[in-house]
Write a protein that binds this ligand. Structure first.
Ligand code: COA
Length: 316
């Protein structure tokens, strides 16, 4: 049996920080409202000349270093993003060029569930002997598709990138992945193409409270599905590394798992929702802080536009 084992993690956050207080100056909102409804205090915002591939490249360098491999050992790059540098080529190809290596590289698009989709695909390559060292990246520059005059969205989103190196191993690594989609709800959370309309640019449109309810329900189901598939019980999970959309969604998942919030890696207060980047950013923080230790069982879960949702159960 071949497993995909995480042997390195890395992350990158742009330097500029946008606080709730900063947003109070330009929007009809308040630090109290944002904190109590979302758990967010601040988020990182990329410079205009900083592309998604730049964020992804920095996170990748860290992941490669922590895995103690050469970049040339990587034989596949999968990058999850909703905010590619260009329509084409894929941002994964741009990162491959920056790393100066030669291997297949492609993007996948599943919005906030993107990193789980990417892990799932990488694991299939590994299990069929098609790759031995895979660089899996989640990177997003959500500020580039956020309308900062829309208070529902401006408060939520942030920029960043996280990366992991997966390596073929006989020791347990990824135990299972579960991915889902239901395209019927596309209009509840989407970025329509507005560019043809004068003065309008592509920006996120969201029915926040409806998205919230759907997210809590589907994440409840994915927890059950993941535990059942692995014949595990709630108490077998050491850490939840969730997509960071809203602290109240994270609390609902912890409650479902009958788990203390101290067992959930939380970055939303400082990162906001960084879409595909949020899980690998949280994973890197969990590892670097010493919270996540070898041989522990990690549940990653996410929900996002599409709707898409999914999970990965990992022996770290
Ligand atoms: N500041 C102050 N008031 C705000 C506000 C803001 N930034 N945004 C919305 N409001 C107002 C609304 O206009 C509404 O006012 P009204 O009652 O006078 O009509 C009121 O607050 C309640 O709006 P509602 O949308 O019901 O709030 P909510 O508790 O659902 O919180 C979200 C809004 C967006 C924070 C919340 O729905 C959410 O996080 N949803 C999930 C979104 C998400 O995670 N999307 C990505 C998934 S990956």
């Amino acid at each position: 049996m071949i497993y995909s084992k995480i042997i390195g993690t890395g992350s990158y956050l742009p330097k500029k920080i946008l606080t709730n207080k900063d947003l109070e100056a330009s929007l009809d909102t308040s630090d109290d409202w944002i904190t109590s409804r979302t758990g967010i205090k601040e988020r990182h915002i990329a410079d205009p000349n900083e592309n998604t591939s730049d964020l992804a490249y920095e996170a990748s360098l860290e992941a490669i270093k922590s895995a103690n491999i050469d970049a040339s050992d990587i034989d596949l790059i999968i990058l999850a993003t909703t905010t590619p540098d260009k329509v084409f080529p894929s941002t994964a190809c741009t990162v491959q060029s920056k790393l100066n290596i030669s291997c297949p590289a492609f993007d996948i698009q599943a919005v906030c569930t993107g990193f789980i989709y990417a892990l799932s695909i990488a694991d299939k390559f590994m299990k069929t002997n098609a790759a031995k060292n895979v660089l899996v990246i989640g990177a997003d520059r959500m500020s580039s598709i956020t309308d900062y005059t829309d208070r529902t969205n401006a408060i939520l989103w942030g920029d960043g990138a996280g990366a992991v190196i997966l390596s073929a191993s006989k020791d347990p690594g990824i135990l299972s992945t579960h991915i889902h989609a239901d395209g019927k709800h596309e209009n509840l959370l989407h970025v329509p193409r507005n560019k043809k309309e004068k003065g309008k640019s592509d920006a996120i449109e969201m029915q926040g409270n409806q998205v919230f309810k759907f997210a809590v329900n589907t994440l409840d189901q994915i927890v059950d599905e993941t535990l059942l598939a692995n014949n595990l019980s709630k108490s077998d999970i050491d850490w939840v590394v969730p997509h960071q959309a809203n602290i109240r969604i994270l609390e609902a998942t912890a409650k479902k798992l009958e788990m203390s919030m101290s067992k959930v890696i939380v970055t939303i207060d400082r990162h906001g929702n960084t879409s595909a980047a949020s899980i690998p950013l949280a994973m890197d923080e969990g590892v670097k802080s010493g919270k996540i230790q070898p041989n522990q069982t990690i549940l990653m879960e996410a929900f996002g536009g599409g709707f898409t949702w999914g999970s990965a159960l990992i022996k770290y």
